[in-house]
Design a binder for this molecule. Structure first.
Ligand code: HEM
Length: 346
């Protein structure tokens, strides 16, 4: 075979492969009867070229571009390369997946398989040293950065909202006083502090886009068909800013979680800072106690000041867990009672 005919064969092969790929692609698309709305896609890439950084904002822009008026579309079908994905940007749709409504598919798994609706019984032999080490590593990596970042954002909010800082301080002084340090059991008597933590988790949640979910069976959500194996991407960041659910959603207003009697309301429904469904964060209880107690101790024991420059940079940095663009730096001084407590104990 001479060079020219070799090139022609290669070209022919390339054209045939392209035609086959295009045919498979359009056949797949035809099968998507009554699928959620979807932007125009590109062969092979699908919608990958539409994703940008930060991911939560680029997904929010996509949902907004396909919504009506100022409301983003709650459900958008995306193809990420060969992977089918459903972008969920509305709380009602997220709840439907969670299993809160009778039409929910009710089954979740991680990408690539995992437990179904009924948790499998695990043989104790399964827990070898390596598995136990792995679990400890997961707990450490999933629990430390998330809790530390939430505490950092909460302190940043308090430093930039002196009235909120004063209210937390007043609540601590009224309920605990200055004769002892705040304890975990005190948290239930500190409703405003709890609201500060909730409001921080609403605005600066560390799980911005919850990705590790997949439909285990064909089902219908929001009236649209969702095929088995579709990855579910929940844009929790956008859901937490829905103006239909939250008044002035961009503002830090811890009071929004208090009812008229000053009691913390149970309006956690429109929020999913800890994910949802079977894969919901197992560390939620620990995290809430840890963040609340750390914050309470910091405010009870120290006077705080933003320090030189007097400005806290509230911009979000790059990363899946939403760090602060500039790590928080502030000046603290122990309050008088702490100094006397420390000198009495030495
Ligand atoms: C403020 C602190 C925390 C936040 C905001 C947070 C948030 C989340 C989120 C959004 C998920 C994904 C849930 C989903 O896929 O639906 C998750 C998973 C997880 N979290 Fe947390 N978390 C926090 C603290 C902790 C702590 C303290 C621990 C344990 C010590 C922990 C352990 C885990 C584990 C093991 C998973 C994986 C669960 C699974 O895939 O089945 N987290 N967390």
């Amino acid at each position: 075979m001479d060079v020219a005919s070799g090139d022609a064969t290669l070209l022919l092969l390339a054209v045939v492969s392209l035609l086959i790929t295009a045919a498979v692609w359009s056949n797949r698309r035809r099968k998507d009867v009554n699928a959620a709305p979807s932007p125009p896609s590109r062969p092979l890439l699908g919608h990958l070229h539409l994703l940008g950084k930060p991911l939560h904002r680029s997904l929010a822009a996509l949902a907004a571009a396909h919504g009506s008026g100022s409301s983003p579309t709650p459900l958008l079908f995306l193809r990420l390369g060969s992977r089918r994905a459903l972008l969920v940007s509305g709380h009602a749709a997220a709840e439907e997946w969670q299993g809160a409504t009778p039409s929910s598919p009710a089954s979740w798994t991680t990408n690539g398989g995992g437990s179904g609706a009924t948790p499998a019984k695990i043989d104790p032999e399964f827990y070898t040293d390596t598995v136990i080490k792995g679990i400890v590593m997961i707990l450490l990596s999933a629990g430390t950065d998330t809790s530390a970042l939430t505490t950092e954002w909460a302190m940043a909010f308090l430093l930039t909202h002196p009235e909120a800082m004063s209210k937390v301080r007043a609540e601590l002084d009224t309920n605990i006083g200055t004769k002892r340090l705040v304890e975990e059991s005190d948290i239930t008597n500190l409703p405003y502090l709890q609201c500060v933590v909730k409001e921080t988790l609403r605005l600066c949640l560390v799980g911005l886009v919850i990705p590790a979910h997949e439909a285990m069976e064909d089902c219908t959500v929001g009236g649209y068909q969702v095929r088995r194996g579709t990855m579910i991407l929940m844009n929790a960041w956008l859901i937490h800013r829905d103006p239909k659910l939250w008044e002035a959603p961009e503002e830090f207003r811890p009071e929004r979680f208090l009812d008229t009697a000053g009691v913390v309301t149970a309006v956690t429904a429109p929020m999913l800072p800890f994910g949802l469904g079977q894969r919901r964060c197992p560390g939620e209880g620990l995290a809430m106690r840890l963040v609340s107690l750390t914050l309470a101790a910091l405010v009870q024991c120290f006077e705080w000041d933003v320090g030189e420059g007097g400005v806290v940079d509230m911009d979000e940095g790059v990363g899946l867990t939403m760090p602060m663009a500039t790590p928080l730096s502030a000046v603290c001084r122990p309050r008088k009672f702490v100094e006397s407590m420390l000198s009495a104990s030495t």
